[in-house]
Ligand binder design. Structure first.
Ligand code: DC
Length: 233
C-alpha cells in the first residue's frame, strides 16, 4: 500500500498525541507533533526574555523565527520521539504550564503560523506521516487521505493532562489545568488564522470512553476501509 498522510486535529488534552504516536508506530510512519513546534517558538522566546508576564511584542517573536530549529528524534528508551530545539532535547521544558499558558497566544501570530506550516508541509512531502495539531486537516494538509477530529469530555481531558504532568514529576492544581484548557480551547477556536475546526471530510472520534487500544483499532480499521474504497493507494 502506498504511504498516506494521517491528519489528527482536536482540542487540547484529548489524547491526540497518544493516538498519533501509537498509529505511527503501527504503520512505521513518522510522527510529527505540530503543537511541539509552537511550544518551541514559545520556549525560545521565553528563554530570550521576549515574553514577560505573558506579554510580548509580535515583531520580536517574528524576528527570532529563523533561529528556531525544531527536530524530532526517536528516544530508544521511551520508544517515542522527543522534541529538540536547536539540537537540545526540550521535551520536558515545552510541556510546563508556563509554556502552556502562553503558547496559544504565540500561535495566533500570523507569521509564526506561516513559518511553521511551511516546515510542516515540507515534513509531509514524502507522505508516510501522522501529524497532530489544530489545523492539520483544514490547512496544513487539506488533501490528507485520512482526517480525524478528536474530542472528549472536559473532566476526562483534565484527568489526562494531570496524569501527563504528574508522570513527568510536575505537580499542578486541577483548577489551574482546567482554566488553562478552557482558555486554550477559546483561543484555538476563535483565532483569525486557521482556527481549530473539524474539516468537512474528517471523522469525529470522541474518545471519552474508549481505551487507547480501542482508539487505535478504530483508526486502523478506517485506514483499511480506505484502501478498499480508494484507488489512490
Ligand atoms: O497540541 P499542543 O497542546 O501541544 O499545542 C500547543 C498549542 O499550539 C495549542 O494551544 C495551539 C497551538 N497549535 C496550533 O495553533 N496549531 C497546531 N497545528 C498545533 C498547535
Amino acid at each position: 500500500m502506498s504511504k498516506i498522510i494521517v491528519a489528527i486535529d482536536g482540542y487540547s488534552s484529548c489524547g491526540k498525541s497518544t493516538l498519533a504516536r501509537a498509529l505511527a508506530s503501527r504503520l512505521s510512519y513518522a510522527y510529527i507533533d505540530s503543537g511541539a513546534m509552537y511550544r518551541c517558538v514559545t520556549l525560545y522566546a521565553l528563554q530570550n526574555g521576549m515574553i514577560k508576564d505573558k506579554v510580548f511584542l509580535n515583531e520580536e517573536i517574528i524576528s527570532i523565527l529563523p533561529d528556531v530549529h525544531v527536530s524530532f528524534k526517536f528516544n530508544t528508551h521511551t520508544k517515542t520521539s522527543d522534541t529538540y530545539l536547536n539540537d537540545v532535547n526540550v521535551e520536558r521544558q515545552i510541556r510546563t504550564l508556563e509554556v502552556a499558558e502562553i503558547v496559544s497566544k504565540v500561535s495566533i501570530v500570523k507569521e509564526v503560523r506561516t513559518h511553521l506550516v511551511a516546515l510542516q508541509r515540507k515534513m509531509g512531502k514524502g507522505k508516510g506521516i501522522v501529524m497532530d495539531g489544530r489545523d492539520i486537516g483544514t490547512n496544513v494538509f487539506p488533501h490528507a487521505e485520512l482526517k480525524i477530529f478528536m474530542t472528549a469530555d472536559m473532566d476526562v481531558r483534565i484527568d489526562r493532562r494531570l496524569d501527563e504532568l504528574n508522570s513527568k514529576g510536575m505537580h499542578v492544581n486541577r483548577e489551574d489545568v482546567k482554566r488553562n484548557l478552557m482558555e486554550r480551547d477559546h483561543d484555538d477556536t476563535h483565532r483569525k488564522e486557521n482556527p481549530l475546526m473539524k474539516a468537512q471530510d474528517a471523522v469525529t472520534l470522541d474518545n471519552s470512553d474508549l481505551s487507547k487500544d480501542e482508539q487505535l483499532e478504530f483508526v486502523v480499521k478506517l485506514i483499511s476501509d480506505l484502501t478498499l474504497t480508494k484507488d489512490t493507494f
